[in-house]
Design a protein around this ligand. Sequence first.
Ligand code: NAD
Length: 655
Amino acid sequence: MRRESSLHLAATLGSVYFSARQLRGLNRLGDGYCPGGDGLPSFSASGAGWQIDRLAEAMHPQDRADLGLLLDVAASLPRPLLAGLLRLFNQAEHLRLTPLRLARLGAAGVVYSLYYGFAGPGGTQVRDRLGWDAAIRTHIPGEPVMNQLVRDAAPDLAVDTTEVAAVFDRARAAQPAIAALGLPQRLALLDRLGQVVLRRREEIIARVSQETGKCASDALLGEIFAVIDNLEYLRRHAAAVLADRKMPTPLAMLGKQSRVWYEPLGTILVIAPWNYPFYQAIVPISIAFAAGNAVVHKPSEYTPLAGLVESILAEAGFAPDWAQVVYGNGQIGSACLAQSPDKLFFTGSIATGKRVMAQAAELLVPVELELGGKDPMLVFADANLERAVAGAMWGAFTNTGQSCTSIERCYVARPLYERFVARLVEQTSKLTLGTGPDHDIGSMTTPMQIAIVREHLADALAKGAMQHTGLDWDGVSPAIPPIVLTQVNHEMRVMQEESFGPFLPVMAFDSEAEVVRLANQTIYGLSACVWGGDKAQLERVARQLKVGNVSINNHMITEGNHALPFGGAKQSGIGRFKGEDGLRGFCNTKAVMVDGNSAKIEANWYPFTSAKYQALDKMTVASRMRGLAGIIRFALAGLPLESLANKLGRKGRQP
Ligand code: NAD
């Protein structure tokens, strides 16, 4: 069963698209552009060239063939001639020799993308040393032509910040009208939104499926049902959650009233990933809007659903500026954040989460981060085998494994392990690939993610994992059959890094303490699930898991219940979305105290005198009151203090 095909080894040690000679050419070309120095490695020493397939994946076959030709030339030219060719490339910039300019653009683009953009063995090092962030800045120290290259390659990457600023101006101007609608009116609009989503669901499913590759059932459940369910939660509960609250008032403040009011924050920026593009637009927009905010939504550049969200909101009766959509990549997201929204609600990877948080810190914009996961499933020996296997498959493969809360690691108690794996392999082999209603698993959405799956698989196999299913995957196709792996360990990337693909690595464990340690042995802490028959044991274990969400004898149901808060522990995020915490998270929680319009002068106001100090001291001691005697002591201290304060206050400070 072990699969160590040349294809997968090539993925870690070489390329599925380019020959060893062409890779040599790439390193030589790369060294021409990025020779290193100043503490930076040269291109070849950085190891960035090994990431070439991540770019090649997304290329048109003809462009790949052209690049191969260029790399062959770079491999065969003697070094002085290669240096001459690079010089000619640079002159072509000035001479306007179009074919040469294009060749230069392609060569430099590939080299810079690999060297600065990808986390190769030395790639992270390069970016970290430079403190450079591809998504935020295009200026690289010592590389003045980079900005021009980026503009040449993709003119739309040159961010028009005036347009972004205008979007935020409109949102800010519109927000008071949203607040003035009042909650009942806003909830009525959200109810209409639910009706429109339901009526147009076939169209939405088709668009989502077309842009993501997900199967119809994944789209129906994850993008339509979940959206409707969340709108229903708001309809039923938002009024109670956002209602003014009476709060306790301490005895020392007798006669006053304490309240909390939940008011809109203003303008919310929502930045979304590509895995649930419709849900991740409508749900945050709806919650933020229910709380009275205007929203600017920046979808992923991979799944923009261009025009769809606006059209659905408009049909539900939303004015255009209440929730606007800004399209573009990370630079556009960063430009939106630079407009200092009143809050950033960000969903995406840990790497981008760190970047946006750094940018938000400069502006003191509050952030909520919903980041990646590496969810463990813990199966004890007394678990119901059939249910646990079915749950494991769904939890790992739903949305083609591209859910932040996918099961990414499965730990099974040794006595159950063999039977669990046998049944899992048998059932997984029967799952079907495709996008129709009779299919179980759709295809992957982005070439980058396919490359990560390929790398994780190759890494696991090279380190001794056993692959049981999905053996016919060619390592390139976005239709990845579900892959069950055993003989895995925590040295493998597939057990440590988010794979975000249809993987299910299964590992045996011998004791409760061991499985808790393994489950927590990660930087992630999004969610987890524990399965078995001993309720006390499951709860004991669930309490020890350092995660934001845990399901017992099921998976992802915490996320499915919109009354519950959702969010991550450790590096999986900051803040809580949905439920009471989520709604109030989009509010300015205002503390209010009400006092009477009386002649009373407060004990803690001026003037301070020694007599008052003594009376205040007595009251401070009495304030740790316990029982009736404590209350009497406090009153005995408080009453003389009050009359003294009134007397002193009316007289004012004496000279
Ligand atoms: P990503 O981090 O690459 O991108 C997310 C969004 O951020 C995109 O819209 C992107 O354009 C934007 N962006 C990128 N750089 C930016 C910058 N510098 N400033 C502002 N915006 C920027 O993530 P992705 O690949 O689109 O999504 C997959 C990731 O999202 C996975 O890690 C997954 O676990 C995570 N995710 C988390 C949750 C959750 O609720 N915890 C839900 C879904 C997905």
